[in-house]
Design a protein around this ligand. Structure first.
Ligand SMILES: C[S@@+](CC[C@H](N)C(=O)[O-])C[C@H]1O[C@@H](n2cnc3c(N)ncnc32)[C@H](O)[C@@H]1O
Length: 394
């Protein structure tokens, strides 16, 4: 008699990591992919699914930085207890002696010494496990390991997980050239998704730098899975890697691509060199034909007819005097009124003081972080006609 395997038995727990403020958007992306039992956490989303979903989450999620698969949870009060529990895990199931590995550790609100020491003790436990079993041990490669292992300690709760992404997912593989202050690709995708751009009308980034925002917007509009340009994922080194399944998932993703956009997308920047780099990045991302790149000061840019969406990420102005930066942000506000009537205009900035000088009323303010810098995504609805009238009507 053949044994019936319940579909549920294929399902396992996964955690998608993300950036502050993108948890809900990521949960929506995962729901659309068929994830089950979704739970929002701090900078991450827990969900359940099968191997197909694990591959799809890596390929499709625009706002995930990595997808990890927890293998064991246990309690430990210090590094020695952690060592004693990690050495008991059957590591032969996950890692081959010939493969290299590395540990990423994060500790929060715990009595453990520090994350480096936690990583070191975990590494020792894995090496000692293999030594005991085989007399040999796998090597560590901190830069480019075959298998990345994630240790998360919250108070005395420890989770050991396998990192299915390997290199973080914001490394899409299209950005070989970067400007002075390029945005993380996941952050750029999150900004666009927060803007609720309908993907039917024009989109402009008039300070495009290396092009991250406009490229991510074009990828979204053409329904191009952001991972299609990537060559490697961590799960490709796992013993259960199903190469045919992943190939099928990639082929299906290619079939969903919208061949051509029916509206304009413009990326411009005052710096000619940046514009050239952005155009090259867009070409590598496969959206070179969808975006018109031009060197231009924002004040001279004539946008496509409204309605449209403008998102800019102006310099935070570290090198400018307080007065200069105040004037710069104030002139952006004036420009919005003069040249972008009928647009939904967004500014993403880490200079919260300067943002006050834009001089327009925001209709939405979203807190986000660019690395350690607290930022805001500010929305200004540049209504046709008198803004005052519109607000009075409202
Ligand atoms: C923070 S960077 C943008 C980075 C971009 N989001 C990326 O991911 O690469 C700000 C950009 O604004 C451009 N910029 C500054 N003043 C400008 C102006 N008046 N008109 C157009 N671009 C301007 C700079 O050249 C720079 O590339």
């Amino acid at each position: 008699m053949s044994m019936k395997i319940r579909k549920d038995e294929y399902n396992f727990r996964m955690i998608a990591k993300t950036l502050f403020g993108l948890e809900e958007i990521l949960a929506e992306e995962l729901t659309a992919l068929g994830a089950k039992k979704i739970r929002l956490m701090n900078r991450s989303v827990e969900f359940y699914g099968d191997q197909r979903l694990l591959y799809k989450a890596n390929l499709y999620c625009r706002t995930a930085t990595r997808i990890i698969k927890p293998i064991v949870d246990f309690k430990a009060v210090n590094e020695n207890e952690l060592y004693n529990k990690v050495i008991k895990i059957g590591w032969g199931k996950y890692l081959d002696l010939r493969q290299t590995f590395a540990i990423d550790a994060v500790i929060t609100k715990s009595g453990f010494t520090n994350s480096l020491y936690v990583a070191q003790k975990t590494k020792d436990a894995i090496a000692d496990y293999f030594r005991k079993e085989t007399g040999r041990r796998p090597s560590v490669d901190l830069k480019n390991p075959d298998i990345r292992i994630n240790v998360y300690v919250y108070q005395n709760e420890c989770t050991i997980a396998l990192d299915s992404s390997g290199e973080p997912l914001f490394k899409r593989g299209y950005r070989t050239r970067t400007g002075k202050a390029p945005l993380n690709e996941v952050l750029a995708a999150g900004i666009i998704m927060h803007s609720e751009w309908d993907r039917k009308g024009p989109f402009v980034d008039a300070m495009c730098g290396s092009g991250t925002i406009i490229i991510e917007a074009a990828l979204l509009a053409r329904n191009i899975a952001p991972g299609l340009t990537r060559k490697r994922y961590g799960f490709m080194n796992w013993p259960d890697y199903d190469v045919n399944l992943f190939k099928t998932i990639c082929n299906n993703a290619r079939k969903l691509i919208i061949p051509k956009l029916g509206f304009k997308m413009i990326g411009s920047d005052i710096n000619r060199m940046q514009v050239r780099e952005a155009a090259e990045n867009a070409r590598l991302a496969g959206v070179g034909h969808d975006i018109e790149f031009k060197p231009s000061d924002i004040k001279n840019l004539i946008p496509p007819p409204s309605p449209g969406t403008l998102i800019i990420n102006p310099p935070y102005g570290e090198r400018l005097s307080v007065n200069e930066i105040k004037q710069f942000y104030n002139s952006i506000g004036d420009l919005f009124k003069k040249n972008f009537t009928g647009y939904d205009a967004f500014i993403f900035t880490g200079n919260l003081a300067a943002a006050k000088h834009i001089g327009l009323r925001t209709s939405k303010r979203i807190q986000m972080y660019n690395g350690p810098i607290e930022c805001r995504l500010l929305k200004f609805e540049m209504y046709q006609g008198s803004r005052k009238t519109k607000y009075q009507q409202d």
